[in-house]
Design a protein around this ligand. Structure first.
Ligand code: AMP
Ligand code: GLY
Length: 425
């Protein structure tokens, strides 16, 4: 079967790499892809935002399946357009993608389904938000309700900071129209985890757990990024906790989506805070996480294409997945300056050497081919991912590989997976 994969980040390289292992896969097209996906299939020069061109390409090539990786095309109806053209497509439609694209919608849905989340309110006028924040005594979190590349959240220590943050988002529009509405919620304490599940409208398959590292700096310091590294599994997610998450979060969310008239099909990603009172939802995403997908798919031993088809055909209940028991750690190498301004076009060396010895895959994100060189073309450049006998060994192997890769200005965190290593002690 020929497949079109839409997107060009680290997540898409991981999906393409895993699909390539499927015996059922014929041609794989990736639009627009990166220098890494070019090793797994054929990159197609169509932007992930150009939905009509993507649909035309999928029809011309008669692909058996289209897969939409990133949130923007999902929110803009890529799945609706593909399906209207008769193409089987993995991912939620625009109505269901609101769960990520509109935090006001998801807050309301969680309230209606009694799904545990931080106490919060939605505002579309700064004066109302200001009055509410001023009335709170505790630290608050201010979130642009729309899509902001994972950066639209400001965690504040006190109401004064909260008011400033709301002003930046609602009045100064630092995240553009994504900040027309904000969610103001209480700050939760605990450890975070990312739990991703395949959902086919009714059945739910919860994947192995993961943990992301959002802030740019070691020790979770500095501004939030798209994610600077991840590992799987997350030791904080015990078997009992996974059962609670399924029962208290995934089941009622899938039910609430059905009741709201927007049944969910695709990957449902719950960003959770594990508090002393149990799991609470920080956010929902409607797609594979980036960089969580890199360690998760490195551990998946079953055929990914088969699972994606089962989701599209609403027969997920028949699916059983095998996982490598070994943990995986992914360290993101970013361009110097990210998440602010950074330069592009830096030549990357050591990519082959990094994978020598096995159990390491260097997933590309912001990379491009320039003649015979691989050069940087984005903020997050590579996701160097390694398996190990235990989490400490996987970390050591990943950083050893990172040490073999060079590009001017490369920066990365040095403490990916330390939380898991400490918990295991
Ligand atoms: P989100 O995009 O909503 O997951 O938020 C990005 C990051 O902000 C999360 O990964 C958390 O680190 C932090 N965050 C979001 N909401 C809260 C909250 N209610 N309490 C504490 N931290 C939060
Ligand atoms: N790793 C966070 C995200 O995919 O949004």
């Amino acid at each position: 079967m020929d497949v079109l994969l839409i997107g060009g980040g680290g997540r898409e390289h991981a999906i393409a790499w895993k699909l390539r292992q499927s015996k059922q896969l014929g041609k794989l097209y990736i639009a627009p892809g990166n220098a890494g996906t070019a090793q797994c299939g054929e990159n197609v020069a169509i932007k992930d935002s150009d939905i009509p061109a993507l649909v035309k390409f999928a029809k011309d090539k008669r692909v058996g399946l289209a897969i939409v990786g990133p949130e923007e095309p999902l929110a803009h109806g890529a799945v609706d357009a593909m399906e209207a053209a008769g193409i089987k497509t993995f991912g939620p439609n625009a109505a269901a993608a609101q769960l990520e694209a509109d935090k006001a919608f998801s807050k309301q849905l969680m309230r209606s389904g009694a799904i545990s989340t931080a106490e919060g309110r939605v505002f579309d006028r700064f004066s109302d938000a200001k009055a509410y924040i001023a009335s709170r005594d505790e630290p608050v979190v201010i979130k642009a309700a729309g899509l902001a590349k994972g950066k639209g959240v400001i965690v504040c220590d006190d109401p004064a900071q909260g008011i400033l943050a709301a002003e930046k988002i609602m009045v100064d529009k630092i995240f553009g129209a994504a900040g027309d509405k904000v969610v103001v919620e209480d700050k939760l304490l605990g450890e975070e985890a990312s739990i991703l599940a395949f959902v086919d409208g009714h059945s739910i398959y919860v994947m192995e757990s993961a943990q992301d590292h959002k802030p740019i700096g070691d020790g979770d310091t500095g501004p939030n990024t798209g994610g600077m590294g991840a590992y799987s599994p997350a030791p904080i997610i015990t078997e009992d906790m996974e059962i609670r998450i399924t029962r208290e979060i995934f089941v009622p969310t899938v039910d609430a989506m059905n009741r709201s008239g927007a049944p969910f099909k695709g990957v449902l990603y719950a960003g959770l805070m594990i508090t002393s009172g149990g799991p609470r939802v920080l956010e929902f995403n409607v797609r594979f996480g980036d960089p969580e997908t890199q360690p998760i798919l490195m551990r998946l031993q079953s055929d990914l294409l088969e699972v994606l088809l089962a989701v599209c055909e609403a027969r997920l209940e028949d699916v059983f997945l095998k996982w490598d028991p070994r943990p995986a750690v992914c360290v993101v190498m970013a361009s110097g300056g990210y998440p602010d301004e950074y330069q592009k076009g830096k030549v990357i060396t050591g990519l082959k050497e990094a994978e020598e010895g096995g159990d390491v895959v260097v997933f590309h994100a912001g990379t491009q081919l320039r003649n015979s060189d691989v050069v940087t073309s984005g903020g997050r450049v590579l996701g160097v991912t390694a398996l190990g006998a235990n989490i400490a060994a996987a970390k050591a192997r990943a950083y050893e590989a990172v040490g073999r890769i060079h590009f001017e200005g490369a920066c990365y965190r040095h403490d990916i997976a330390d939380k898991a290593i400490q918990r295991k002690r």
